[in-house]
Design a protein around this ligand. Structure first.
Ligand code: SAH
Ligand code: SF4
Ligand code: F3S
Length: 443
């Protein structure tokens, strides 16, 4: 069968922000008559939606851009584009121009809505079209089309950008300053999702706790949660990411009292050493973080707390690392995303001259991962015998008789079931626990 003339493939790297942007770009392309394909050889447009948070992520993308040259040689009409966070840095654009001249289109995180005109330009010009805004566009463009990746769970971006400038992080430079969407736009989007049958939403922002601070209307994140909790049809509300310095008592109260807001919080700590936290510009101490955890656990007894931890930040001593391990023991995270500190050029910490040797970083992270995995398992074992509400997502990847879904605490549960259950909230009794999932029976 002949393929349609207009086909696209978007390859997404990085965080949920990028996943959501990909849904928007897919929506825009489909409104222009493009259809998705899975193989690069079949696509008339290939977009790489990129991430610059770590060099390893960027290196993968440079390699991919190199490979795309072969696709271009076979099919000179294909449009090759790169977007997302990498092109937000001027050095990256220069390198693409110099070393990857087979790319046709380069645009940034603030230019998504211009995709139709940029594409037309690239198709007509047959030379590289570069359109990157380095400053905030000011206004947020609403009502862009979107093709969602899932039909039960949806990401809803509530704010863009970041004002925090943690000294290791590139995000404030790639995404600009914080801009909140108007509450009515968010509510309309969520009502629309509910009408389409979505059961769960995850509110996205680099720091959702500061939602609304830039708006003229009186609203904060807790207030937004209260309004969204009233949307009929939506059963579960999640959000990510929360910055500890902005986690207010009002928000803790909202998590505790609003029935749709799930008992899970992703609260990146980054380090357990107050001295390192200061050098990271995180603006809280180890004790502040532990106090917050205490408050959360008191207000929401079954809450699962997950986190991000960076190991080997410049100047991190054995004693600093021991503070991180101590914090991990005290909090008992249900899971942690652990990262080896990566020198990110363009950020202050990349210039610090007390970088930690690679072998020390590797040893520390291994130690941390080993211990955290034990804690994750120990915490999961505590769920055995409990009956937990599971939102059924679909058949398990390994065995078609088994289905999987997630608890409100965001843990994966595998159980024997059938496809009629997909999309339903069901009680499952937990019979067994592993590090990465629970096993149970429907009751
Ligand atoms: N806005 C979110 C996360 C953004 S980036 C927050 O503030 O938590 C996701 C994670 O990548 C960060 O939490 C951090 O742990 C990690 N990260 C960011 N820059 C890094 C770097 N230079 N090296 C290693 N890890 C990094
Ligand atoms: Fe990066 Fe810090 Fe902003 Fe998170 S809060 S995106 S880690 S600068
Ligand atoms: Fe990466 Fe950009 Fe997200 S740098 S982590 S894709 S905001």
């Amino acid at each position: 069968m002949d393929l349609p003339l207009r086909t696209y493939l978007i390859e997404t790297y990085g965080c949920q922000m990028n996943e959501r942007d990909t849904e928007t770009m897919a929506g825009i392309l489909e409104s222009l008559g493009y259809v998705p394909v899975e193989k690069e050889e079949d696509a008339s447009i290939i977009l790489l939606n990129t991430c610059s948070v770590r060099e390893s992520a960027e290196n993968k993308i440079w390699a991919k851009m190199g490979e795309l040259k072969k696709i271009k040689q076979k099919n000179p009409d294909v449009i090759l584009g790169i977007c997302g966070c990498m092109p937000q840095q001027e050095v990256t654009i220069q390198k693409i121009k110099q070393s990857y001249p087979h790319m046709d289109l380069v645009f940034g995180t603030h230019n998504l809505h211009q995709l139709p005109e940029l594409l037309a330009k690239a198709q007509a010009a047959r030379k590289m079209v570069v359109e990157v805004l380095h400053n905030n566009p000011g206004v947020i463009i609403e009502n862009l089309p979107s093709r969602r990746a899932d039909n039960l769970k949806a990401f809803v971006t509530i704010m863009y950008g970041c004002n925090n400038f943690c000294t290791y992080c590139i995000v404030p430079y790639t995404r600009g300053r914080e801009r909140s969407r108007m509450p009515e736009d968010i509510i309309r989007e969520v009502e629309d999702l509910a009408a389409k049958g979505y059961k769960e939403i995850t509110l996205l922002g680099q720091n959702v706790n500061s939602y609304g601070k830039d708006l003229e209307v009186e609203i904060d994140f807790a207030g937004l949660l209260q309004q969204l909790n009233r949307v009929n049809g939506i059963e579960r509300i999640r959000f990510t990411t929360s910055h500890p310095k902005d986690l207010s008592d009002r928000l803790i109260e909202a998590i505790a009292s609003l029935e749709k807001v799930c008992e899970h919080i992703h609260l990146p700590v980054q380090s357990g050493s107050t001295a390192i936290l200061k050098k990271m510009n995180r603006r809280y101490s180890k004790e502040d973080y532990l106090r917050l955890v205490e408050k959360l656990k008191n207000a929401v007894p079954d809450i699962a707390i997950t986190t991000d931890i960076i190991v080997g930040f410049p100047g991190e001593t054995e004693a600093d690392f021991a503070e991180t391990m101590d914090l991990v023991e005290k909090v008992r995270f249900s899971a942690a995303y652990t990262f080896i500190y990566n020198k990110r050029s363009g950020t202050p910490a990349a210039e610090y001259n007390d970088q930690v040797p690679e072998d020390v970083k590797s040893q520390r992270i291994q130690h941390l991962i080993d211990r955290q995995n034990q804690i994750t398992l120990e915490e999961n074992l505590k769920d055995i015998g409990k009956t937990l509400e599971v939102l059924v997502e679909g058949p398990s990847k390994t065995n078609p008789e088994f289905f999987s879904g997630r608890t409100r605490t965001n843990k994966i549960v595998v159980f024997r079931g059938n496809s009629d259950l997909i999309g339903r909230l069901i009680p499952v009794r937990i019979a067994n626990a592993k590090t990465w999932h629970l096993e149970g029976e429907i009751i």
